[in-house]
Design a protein around this ligand. Structure first.
Ligand code: HEM
Length: 418
């Protein structure tokens, strides 16, 4: 290095030299002789500095490339035994319409009505997401003990099932299925490497797994705040007994259709369905058998329907299903509030978790204004189906769905000219 120059001046010279060589390398690749002459012109210190700067530049490039790869690699965590969903690559939340179901039939038969579900379609997303997620968070603040609960937080089987569901949804399903909405990030805490799920729509980060820092109850709250999906977890009473009955052990449920989920916690399926007329005689055995035998990897779904006249999506205190509908005042024909009368459908799903073997019952609730049904030309079909509630395998279902309160007024509207 030239002792007459300051350190900054020497460094500037060296950087200029690198830039000059870079330029000349673009114009013409230097010959070995040229490189040799350049190198001999520099003293040893200068060569060392050039090598050091070049190494730093190179390592930065390598580091950048490595980061990129690790981002790609950490797009999801593998959840053993679960299917990997297909990516909805160009999914656009803003333009995605809610799913449309018209499940009413001329006669209502109490059947399981299960169909195979593509596991990729476990959680549907649509343009109502943001508004509904805000509503769910309001419910969490106002009705915490009703919308989220665990039967026994010290029960390892229950905690295991919640953790398994949580990890699959937060680390695998969401980042893989909806890459335009969710992204998994690798982070390092004092305790070691960890992954966080970024919700790109709500601008938030959540842990990707249940750890000692995330309690199982908190995990259910996060699920409730992240997906517009109600999840209920069921486990057999006795693990060792194949014929053991399933009980509701934990849930996050914001849209109960006329029942208080807290009152169902800890109960067997048969007890949960006690108010459903005909369930004990017509469904209980087949549902119990189905629950015992449903295999890991098999996903199923069913869709139900009701008419809601005055309830929100959150209907934990009645108003949708009631065996005491006779006591309610009948809505007179022509006095139906068309704005608040809706066809309400639940898209229910069921699958078994691979490790804990718990069953997860999920449902997504959709509502459609009656005017929409009429515009589609389905007014008469729905009117017939309303009468058909009394004509199927369990006629008392008409009363259970509060038909005596709204049926005549709704049918009159559906059949009216305007
Ligand atoms: C294949 C499984 C199932 C079938 C076939 C089934 C069937 C039914 C039927 C027919 C009703 C009457 C309302 C309607 O949907 O029209 C009903 C209501 C209900 N189901 Fe299920 N269900 C199943 C699984 C479950 C599970 C796993 C849970 C929860 C852990 C559950 C909780 C309820 C509740 C809370 C009600 C309302 C009861 C009330 O009014 O208090 N169901 N179910």
């Amino acid at each position: 290095m030239d002792p007459t120059k300051s350190f900054q001046e020497s460094t500037r010279d060296i950087i200029n030299l690198i830039i000059a060589s870079f330029h000349s390398s673009i114009e013409s690749i230097p010959s070995i002789e040229q490189i040799k002459t350049n190198v001999t012109e520099m003293d040893r210190t200068q060569v060392a500095i050039v090598v050091a700067v070049a190494t730093i530049l190179l390592s930065q490039l390598v580091f950048k490339f490595r980061n990129f790869k690790s981002v790609r690699k950490s797009r999801f965590l593998d959840s053993p035994g679960f299917p990997l969903p297909e990516a909805a690559e160009n999914f656009n939340l803003a333009t995605q319409e809610p799913l449309k179901f018209r499940p009413f039939r001329p006669k209502y038969h109490l059947t399981m009505g299960l169909e195979t579900l593509n596991p990729s379609e476990l959680i549907p997303m649509d343009m109502t997401y943001k508004e509904r997620i805000r509503y769910r968070r309001k419910l969490l603040r106002e009705h915490h003990d009703i919308v989220v609960a665990i039967h026994d937080e010290s029960d390892k089987r229950i905690v295991g099932a919640i953790s398994e569901l949580y990890r699959y949804i937060m680390s695998t399903y969401l980042p893989v299925r909806y890459p335009t909405m969710f992204r998994l990030h690798e982070t390092a805490f004092e305790s070691g490497k960890a992954y966080m799920l970024e919700n790109l729509v709500m601008n938030e980060l959540y842990p990707s797994e249940v750890t000692k820092f995330t309690s199982p109850l908190r995990a259910l709250e996060i699920l409730l705040k992240t997906v517009d999906e109600d999840f209920l977890i069921l486990l057999p009473e006795d693990e060792a007994d194949e014929k053991s009955k399933y009980r509701l052990v934990a849930y996050e449920t914001c849209y109960p259709a006329g029942f208080n989920p807290r009152k169902k916690l800890g109960n067997r399926l048969a007890k949960i369905h006690e108010p459903v007329p005909g369930y004990a005689e017509k469904l209980e055995k087949s549902v119990d058998r189905y629950f015992e035998s449903l295999e890991v990897g098999k996903y199923v779904r069913r869709v139900n329907w009701s008419i809601s006249t005055n309830t929100e999506l959150f209907a934990a205190f009645g108003g949708l299903h009631s065996n005491a509908a006779e006591k309610e005042e009948k809505i007179k024909e022509g006095e139906l509030d068309i704005e608040t009368t809706l066809l309400r459908c639940e898209r229910q799903t069921l699958h078994r978790l691979p490790t804990s073997k718990a069953l997860v019952f999920g449902f997504h609730t959709y509502t459609y204004p009656l005017s929409q049904i009429k515009e589609e030309g389905l007014g008469e079909d729905l009117a017939v189906a309303i009468d058909g509630l009394k004509e199927g395998s369990s006629p008392a279902i008409h009363g259970y769905k509060r038909g005596p309160v709204w049926a005549d007024a709704v049918k009159a509207y559906l059949r009216s000219k305007n």
